[in-house]
Design a protein around this ligand. Structure first.
Ligand SMILES: *Cc1c(COP(=O)(O)O)cnc(C)c1O
Length: 416
């Protein structure tokens, strides 16, 4: 690379002006323009009454989105993984037994984080493309007697959505708390933290909520909050006098210590981090847009998009990946047909049409594409444009398919 001064003089570092790509992968997706506008609003001090007022509004706005009455519903600053890590490091002490319901890459991520915490990890698994049957989870809970059960709701790596009704009751009967990573479904498929009996559910903005990555909404049940607040924590060598002594081991992270973050979001407003103001504006606008649309309408729109995408892909003669009965509505896995170079098609989609579709990980790498329709992109015209472009690219690659069928069938399926 030439010297920095030369690059600066030549105007190499121009103003940010990214191409207008249509992001139809498994996330991130294009943010709603209203969210981008909210993010450009002026900043406030972190204890300004206007700012703490916005924080309280965010708590209220995210309760219906999580399907909960939990008072402790707030944001963790960081991407969705920050929410996952805050939940696990705060709930789980070294040596605790945790049962991970594992059916894809994000189940593996849970085990990776739990390993660092020093938990005793047990898993109950399903092959990629399937979900774990509830009776298998029940048997595993019985066998390993976990203190926490951790699962993914929708795992974008496999496009499967794990049914969660009844799981909380199984956990409660066994004295375990339930953690759910709902990053890929929040805003697109129904979340029902209270009905599921989930103790902590976390998400992110960059999928069906139609925002940028960088904020992780979280909800915490009363029993989980009591456990977390009972654990000792120490800041700057001074034991906080509102925390009882002699409780469980202290939480092994300062930034992700939920007890401290709760103190910051409570009326006490104890200083922890500096709330990421622009991200809070974004999260607030994502929620306002969602509740303005209505939860039912929002979920129906994602369902229509998934239905149309799936029907259109099938009309091209392609095969859809995974168990039909447990598919996420907002991302579809489709096999790359024989003789077609999957990466060449993705490059052509990007170069000729400014459309991004997703590749895949692990055992599915090179075998499927993942095509999403989430949040601001779960719209009929974006699904149809994507299908039309994919058809053109496949024809360029010499794949024979019935011309125009995908878009026609998808239009019908949208309204079905
Ligand atoms: C996309 C996704 C994440 C992403 O986490 P980031 O830290 O925001 O990249 C986590 N969990 C699941 C299930 C996801 O689909």
């Amino acid at each position: 690379m030439p010297p920095l001064d030369d690059l600066l003089a030549s105007g190499f570092f121009g103003e940010i002006d990214p191409p207008q790509r249509l992001l139809m992968g498994p996330g991130p997706v294009n943010a709603h323009p209203r969210v981008l506008r909210a993010m450009s609003a002026d900043l406030l001090g972190q204890f300004d009454p206007e700012m703490t007022g916005y924080m309280n509004q965010v708590m209220a706005l995210y309760r219906p989105i999580f399907g909960t009455q939990n008072p402790w519903t707030m944001l963790i600053d960081g991407t969705a993984r920050a929410g996952i890590e805050a939940a696990l490091v705060s709930l789980v002490a070294p040596g605790d037994t945790v049962l991970v319901v594992n059916f894809g890459r994000f189940g593996l991520l849970l085990t990776e984080i739990l390993g660092r915490i020093g938990a005793r990890i047990e898993t109950v698994e399903a092959p990629w493309g399937e979900v774990v049957p509830m009776d298998a989870i029940a048997a595993a809970i019985e066998r390993v007697q976990p203190s926490v059960v951790a699962t993914i709701h929708g795992d974008t790596s496999t496009t499967m959505a794990q049914p969660l009704d009844g799981l909380g009751a199984l956990c409660a009967a066994a004295g375990a708390l339930l953690y759910v990573d709902a990053t890929a479904t929040i805003g697109g498929m129904e979340l029902a933290a209270d009905r599921w009996g989930a103790d902590i559910v976390t998400g992110g903005l960059q999928k069906c909520l139609g925002g940028p990555s960088g904020s992780a909404p979280i909800t915490i049940s009363d029993p989980a909050a009591a456990l977390i607040q009972g654990r000792k924590h120490v800041e700057a060598g001074i034991r906080r006098d509102d925390i009882s002594d002699g409780a469980g081991p202290r939480i092994g992270s300062n930034y992700f210590d939920l007890a401290m973050i709760m103190d910051y979001w409570s009326d006490k407003r104890l200083n922890h981090h500096t709330e990421a103001t622009s991200m809070l504006y974004a999260a607030r606008e994502c929620a306002r847009i969602m509740l303005g649309e209505g939860l039912e309408a929002r979920y129906a729109r994602h369902e229509a998009a998934g239905r149309a995408m799936t029907a259109g892909l099938r009309a091209m003669g392609l095969t859809i990946f995974g168990d039909d009965a447990h598919r996420m509505t907002n991302v579809t896995g489709v096999f790359i047909p024989q003789g077609v170079d999957g990466e060449r098609v993705r490059t052509m989609m990007r170069n000729a049409f400014e459309i991004e579709i997703g590749t895949a990980f692990g055992p599915l790498q090179g075998r499927i594409w993942r095509i999403g329709a989430m949040g601001y992109n779960a719209m009929q015209h974006k699904v149809l444009i994507t299908l039309g472009a994919l058809e053109a690219c496949l024809r360029q690659e010499g794949f024979a398919l019935p011309a125009g069928e995908a878009v026609r069938v998808a239009m019908e399926a949208w309204d079905a």
